[in-house]
Write a protein that binds this ligand. Sequence first.
Ligand code: ZN
Length: 334
Amino acid sequence: MRSVRKLSFALLLYLISAVPAQSRPVPTALFRFRNGFWINLHHFLYAEALAGSTSANARWISTAQAAVRQAPCGAFASADAEQNWKKAVQFYSSNYASRDMLFDRDFANINDVLGDAGDVQALPATLPRDLKRELEAAAPAYRQSCWPNHRRLNEAWIHLLEPLLATHGQEIARRLTTVFNTAWPAQPIAVDVVTYADWAGAYTISSPPHTTVGSVGDDKGDAQLEIIFHEALHTMDEGMDRDLSTAFAKYHSEMPQGFAQALIFFTAGFVTQEQLHATDPNFQPYAYKHGMYKRIPYWDQDEMALRKYWQSYLEGQEQRQAAMDHLAHAICCS
Ligand SMILES: [Zn+2]
């Protein structure tokens, strides 16, 4: 549920030439789901390393342990296979378990390469050489003992979401792009489905748009709709961040870290709930369901301000600019 932006020249050009959102139709294909071997192997080795860690962040460890439990592997076919697997887990423990899938630039590049690699025989040479060696050595063990089950779990996640997207996707996408005053990315957003993404359940790198999402959590069905559109917002929040920062600057203040994330949680949750009111009246947005506004420092205040001022905008009772000015004032100065 997090994102990072890699600013590129192409992105800058795109931003400069951006046409107001209202004039752009929402494309028919919003997402491009992938269930790829290499990116799954990479994330599961990361999960195994974290699950066995004694020094990583407690939340990282507990989420990884849960995923490993929910996505079990079968027995290894041979002692050699087991040894290769253990060696690769050890490699991840030493090199990657303390690193963040999202904010680590190397990880982001590795993720793009492995996502695009699908199930090719040999991995591209653009990967770090030692990583490529460990992945290729662990691949037969993973393919034999884990992949059939993992592939099935990912497939089930995709199959649950697809009909919901067919029913609700266009309307939610239209609403969100209008609210954010932006356009849907030119190409469908690449979504890699893996058993364990990271401690947050999903993460997104915005340039090029690339989401990685975990398939074994408890948030299934309609909850997936919110998750996938929440992630999509991270690929198109540049203008929103800029406008919010401008609103805070009017009060000689800076937007607090984490506020834009709270706004994305609130907006994706609100719009999904609104869309589902007839078919799932008990739908509870993710941040409420998981107690995030209570758990994360300052988010209780953020939620109060969002409910008071941002919701009025979402309901069409307030202009966007006025809502942002009210929000900024409530957060910085009241
Ligand atoms: Zn997020």
